[in-house]
Design a protein around this ligand. Structure first.
Ligand SMILES: C[S@@+](CC[C@H](N)C(=O)[O-])C[C@H]1O[C@@H](n2cnc3c(N)ncnc32)[C@H](O)[C@@H]1O
Length: 206
């Protein structure tokens, strides 16, 4: 699996808007989060949030219980700096999603854009799904975005697995009800198209 060292090197050498996954706003993510969690007290985590502006937009939308988890302390520090005093309202977790000890039933929304696709073994994928099953409350929502079947084979120089919506949903399994999915084209800062798949699921049982 990709290491902390890799990600620290990436964020230590590139600005937030110079990485392939940069978008000024993660509109599809925002739309699904607001659909999953109209209540501004909802407990929401952005897995592998990096330097994305999603947390800025969620704060601006009035969300009060936000957490951002990422392997890279450099990325989290840059995001905190950008937010200024508003950063104090967010929980910052420098950790590996596969190794974190999430409190059971502690989340209403689990969001991940472009992290799950780095898991290239069944063991890693099973571990990830176990983490979601543990951390989400029953009735909570998982929003996961990966490269689509026509997306690139690598992201940040690392191999990825690519998914159509039904494959991505299938990986999560029966406890998750597929509410909606989206295939969209993300354009990198240098103009290259990248196909993404989003799945929006409700965890109906554990
Ligand atoms: C391609 S970037 C996506 C960043 C952000 N989600 C976005 O859409 O702009 C992948 C992010 O996941 C983080 N990451 C990779 N593997 C991770 C892991 N096992 N646990 C936590 N974070 C991880 C990286 O540090 C990086 O910030």
């Amino acid at each position: 699996m990709n290491s902390k060292k890799h990600w620290e090197a990436v964020y230590g050498s590139k600005s937030a808007d110079a990485v392939s996954w940069y978008a000024p706003h993660l509109q599809t993510s925002l739309r699904y989060i607001q659909r999953a969690a109209p209540d501004r007290h909802s407990r929401i985590i952005d897995i592998g949030g990096g330097e994305a502006t999603l947390v800025d937009d969620l704060l601006a939308a009035g969300y009060e219980n936000l957490a951002v988890l990422d392997l890279s302390e450099t990325a989290l520090a840059a995001t905190r700096l950008r937010l200024g005093t508003a950063a104090a309202a967010v929980q910052w977790l420098a950790a590996d999603v596969l190794e974190s000890d999430f409190a059971p039933d502690s989340l209403d929304v689990w969001h991940d854009r472009a992290v799950f696709h780095f898991l290239t073994t069944d063991l890693q994928r099973r571990r990830y799904v176990q983490q979601v099953l543990k951390a989400l409350r029953v009735g909570g929502h998982a929003i996961v975005a990966t490269f689509g079947p026509d997306g690139p084979l690598q992201c940040s120089g690392l191999d990825v697995a690519r998914y159509a919506p039904e494959q991505l949903h299938g990986t999560f399994g029966a406890p998750f009800q597929l509410m909606d999915s989206t295939t969209e084209i993300h354009t990198t800062p240098w103009g290259a198209p990248q196909q993404f798949t989003y799945c929006f699921c409700r965890m109906q049982e554990r």
